[in-house]
Design a protein around this ligand. Structure first.
Ligand SMILES: C[S@@+](CC[C@H](N)C(=O)[O-])C[C@H]1O[C@@H](n2cnc3c(N)ncnc32)[C@H](O)[C@@H]1O
Length: 257
């Protein structure tokens, strides 16, 4: 569909769009429609010359005539540069809206779960409280990983019956992960551990020691052409890329087919 600037200007608004974990087919219809209706497509980048993960995922849905607005979110630990970047992004988006343009801000995975665009949402609420923002959810990586496993013949329901599902970043130390595994086992909770990456080199031996590798799913770059979704016992304990996660199930409900 050709981009129609008249339509976009008539509906000037900001929409935060979850674009899913990687496969462009996993954007919702609402996400695709919002992108198509936008005059300006904004997306996070870690460096200005970088393409940005969310923009790459949504690339098939972005038209050549749409203006691209990369927003710099530096990957640093210090608070100040990050705060400054969120506020600068909020101002850049507000300026586009004030100029009458419909804008989308693309967010990898879901738009509310450990998402860069949540900081922009909060910064906008503080700086421009009257500005209307629409948020379109996206398919989160943990859900996509479970579906990819089940599709590959490893049935992986994320949660059944009364089971809690705990989604959290992988802890930084073996002691914390040990405590988490014990708490999850006691609560009958399934764990989705994000931000695994380099931690896998010590997480793997710990899970092996506890006899949990067979119950753990390893998922890397889900939805990308080089996706790897496998039982964790099949994955070597080398460091892994940032876009990797674990699903850990330590038990099953009593009543099952
Ligand atoms: C900052 S969080 C963003 C989560 C995202 N908003 C979502 O809903 O999935 C980044 C972490 O999500 C996980 N992740 C995101 N996309 C992924 C993918 N395609 N494959 C595997 N893990 C992914 C990884 O654990 C990564 O370290």
């Amino acid at each position: 569909m050709d981009h129609d600037p008249t339509r976009a200007q008539a509906t000037a608004a900001l929409t935060l769009v979850g674009v899913g974990p990687g496969d462009p087919e996993l954007l919702t219809v609402a996400a695709v429609r919002a992108i198509e209706a936008a005059a300006v497509v904004a997306y996070p980048v870690a460096r200005l010359e970088a393409e940005g993960m969310a923009a790459r995922i949504a690339a098939p849905w972005i038209q050549a005539g749409q203006r691209r607005l990369p927003l710099l979110f530096p990957m640093v630990a210090e608070a100040e540069p990050r705060r400054a970047a969120w506020h600068a992004a909020a101002e850049a988006l507000a300026a586009q809206l004030q100029a009458g343009h419909a804008v989308v801000l693309l967010c990898e995975g879901d738009s509310s779960l450990y998402a860069s665009c949540s900081y922009v949402l909060l910064a906008l609420a503080e700086r421009h409280p009257a500005m209307a923002v629409r948020v379109i959810p996206g398919i989160t990586a943990a859900a996509a990983a479970a579906a990819a496993a089940s599709s590959a013949g490893i049935p992986w329901p994320l949660a059944l019956q009364q089971e809690p599902l705990w989604i959290l970043p992988t802890p930084d130390t073996a002691a914390e992960l040990g405590q988490l595994l014990e708490a999850a086992a006691a609560a009958g909770a399934v764990l989705a551990l994000l931000k695994l990456g380099h931690r896998w080199s010590w997480v793997q031996p710990l899970l092996e020691q506890r006899g949990l590798l067979a119950q753990t799913l390893f998922a890397q770059r889900v939805g990308w052409p080089d996706q790897l979704v496998a039982a964790a016992e099949a994955v070597s304990p080398a460091e892994q890329p940032y876009f990797s996660l674990l699903l850990i199930r330590q038990g099953w409900p009593a009543v099952l087919p």
